[in-house]
Design a protein around this ligand. Structure first.
Ligand SMILES: Nc1ncnc2c1ncn2[C@@H]1O[C@H](COP(=O)(O)OP(=O)(O)OP(=O)(O)O)[C@@H](O)[C@H]1O
Length: 595
């Protein structure tokens, strides 16, 4: 199990970036080879057309003006205008299709990371703030947008530009070209010095952004608690500190990033001076005025893309810090998955065995100790006991949200690790205490676990668990739109919808973490009869809080310290005068006190 992380702690990077990761990024671009080829052809056409300008200037200065050839000047004018129109069209084509390419790649990447996240085990989500996961799917991928769309193809265009310009320069004057390249080693040295520092600075920045996001996410999720304890000022102070930290780290990263750009600019200007100096003084070269002026044009043509490539490299180093995190998420092993030999769980009757199960979330800290029981089909089991005893853990192992550390969980004799997850979870229905309602209509929420259910089947399920009545009373009935987490519904209504959702999926085994929130007596009665309808004919495990649920169960397991310390039906356990008896007495007294 990985190390836990919090919003105020920087995440450590499991694996530093390697060149292999650039190759991996290239894999995302590969399916789009054809549009890239088309864009490249357009770029070459534009570049060659762009070369004509300085060349026409040279001809005009060296030949046309001395010969006063108006006819040739006219032709050159027409050709030059034509080349400018062509360049304009190419530019438009390039910008549109490059943007499309970048967005396509980002879409694929986002899809991969989303799909992977959906499969990761509970342990992954237990171990890090959700805001830190969110930022990877949304913001980090977005930071690649510019790199992949403009950056990538501009790079190809710039490299072409440099090569074609060099060809023109070498053709016109070899010596002058070598002079133009004299300062390139200095540039390479500068890049080498800056790149490592820049990458580190952006790694730190990505961590700070992640912390900020985690805190914002947590604050939004917990805003009701914050307001009810009037903790806004304290939260503001914490946020202010994280925010300042973020800004400072950002400015530090930018400071380093800005080292490269002026350096490249300076080198280009010095090169230009050098060419004027050796050209005018004729040091080691013999050049005409036209050639010298054309050359200066080419040097501009040469250095502009070099500056762009420098900028691309800059954004590549910046993006690297984000790419590392994206690939780290994609490489996160899926701990709970089908084994290669996994088979579909056949139609089960609902017999469950916990065979001497030990379990720990963290090494060396057993949460369950030698839990052993057998449950026959159709039996209802209530799990009771003090908080933190291990009740939820037991039910989480049953539907294989975690794997046992030792022992085995068997359903109808099949080890849950050996069957496919899809076939297991189709027959083992889970209703967690956090009754998640998704954005959408009530109809869609009930249909969540059985997408092919008809409207009639949805309504029939709602009717059986007594949810139908209140749904029909809502403004748009089953088509009423509900918000994320069902914030516009009462807790009793959320429970009834969750009952209908599970009932519709019709699992043989039902796992239920009973909600503790108290509801009015009328709703309580509704929930009880809804629950009764739900449990009928199924093996059920309920982390039970309501006395009525507990008393009606076939067997009660009293859990303490990760062990079943008492088991039997209500009457047996009361007769034992043990832990369960004391729990029952205290709850009973409480009930009397409340009434
Ligand atoms: N994801 C987790 N990582 C580490 N420890 C955990 C995790 N979930 C639960 N625990 C620990 O495991 C123990 C058993 O927790 P569990 O949630 O199973 O208790 P419970 O009996 O269901 O409690 P409650 O009645 O309060 O819901 C507790 O000590 C808890 O702190």
């Amino acid at each position: 199990m990985g190390q836990r992380n919090r919003s105020d702690v920087d995440e450590t990077l499991v694996q530093q970036f390697s060149w292999h990761d650039y190759a991996r990024l290239a894999q995302y671009v590969k399916p789009y080879r054809k549009p890239i080829y088309r864009i490249l052809i357009v770029i070459i056409i534009a570049n060659v057309a762009g070369m004509l300008g300085p060349y026409f200037t040279k001809i005009v200065i060296d030949n046309v003006i001395p010969a006063q050839d108006v006819q040739q000047l006219l032709w050159i004018g027409v050709l030059y205008t034509g080349s400018l129109i062509l360049i304009g069209w190419c530019l438009r084509y390039r910008i549109y299709h490059i943007t499309e390419l970048g967005q396509d790649v980002l879409k694929d990447m986002r899809l991969d990371i989303f799909q992977h996240l959906q499969k990761l085990s509970f342990a992954y989500f237990d171990n890090r703030p959700h805001g830190k996961i969110l930022i990877r799917v949304v913001n980090y991928i977005n930071t690649l947008s510019d790199l992949l769309s403009n950056g990538l193809v501009n790079l190809i265009s710039d490299v072409f530009n440099v090569v074609i310009t060099l060809i023109f320069m070498f053709t016109i004057n070899t010596r002058l070209t070598w002079y133009s390249l004299a300062l390139i080693p200095l540039l390479a040295l500068m890049v080498m010095v800056v790149q490592n520092r820049q990458r580190k600075a952006y790694q730190v920045l990505s961590n700070k952004q992640s912390n900020l996001n985690a805190y914002i996410h947590e604050s939004i999720a917990g805003v009701k608690v914050t307001q009810s304890f009037a903790r806004e000022d304290e939260n503001f102070r914490i946020f202010d500190a994280i925010n300042k930290d973020n800004k400072q780290t950002w400015m530090h990263a930018v400071k380093i990033q800005l080292l490269l750009w002026p350096g490249v600019q300076n080198i280009s200007v010095i090169t230009m001076c050098l060419i004027y100096f050796v050209g005018i003084r004729q040091i080691g070269v013999q050049v005409s005025t036209g050639t010298l002026i054309a050359f200066i044009g080419y040097i501009n043509n040469f250095w502009n893309p070099i500056i762009n490539i420098g900028n691309f490299y800059n954004s590549l180093i910046t993006a690297t810090a984000y790419l590392e995190r994206i690939f780290e998420t994609l490489d996160e092993p899926i701990e709970i998955m089908d084994t290669p030999s996994a088979y579909d769980l056949p139609q089960i009757s609902g017999q469950v065995v916990f065979d001497h199960v030990n379990f720990r979330y963290e090494p060396g800290k057993n949460v369950l100790n030698d839990v052993h029981f057998e449950v026959n089909q159709g039996q209802s089991i209530a799990l009771v006991g003090p908080t933190g005893a291990g009740k939820t853990t037991i039910i989480n192992l049953l539907s294989r949200f975690y794997d046992v550390s030792e022992g085995a969980v068997l359903i109808d004799g099949h080890d849950v690790r050996k069957v496919t997850l899809a076939s297991l979870r189709k027959q083992v229905g889970v209703m967690l205490q956090d009754l998640f309602i998704f954005t959408g209509t009530i109809m869609e929420n009930i249909r969540y676990g059985k997408l092919d259910a008809t409207d009639e089947e949805v309504m029939a399920a709602a009717k059986i668990v007594h949810a139908d009545h209140f749904i029909k009373d809502l403004k748009d009935g089953y088509q009423t739109k509900v918000e994320e987490r069902g914030s516009t519904l009462s807790s009793g209504q959320r429970q009834l919808i969750a009952f209908a959702r599970v009932l519709l999926a019709d699992p043989r085994i039902l796992i239920l973490d009973e909600a503790t929130s108290s509801v009015d007596t009328k709703t309580e009665a509704l929930i009880q009869s809804g629950l009764h309808a739900l449990l009928k004919g199924r093996t059920s495990f309920i982390v039970a809080h309501r006395l009525s649920t507990i008393k009606n169960s076939d067997q009660i397991f009293y859990i303490e310290g990760g062990q079943i310390v008492e088991r039997g039906n209500h009457a047996d356990l009361i007769a034992q005068h043990g832990q369960y008896y004391r729990l029952y007495q205290s709850q009973y007294d409480m009930l009397k006190l409340n009434n």
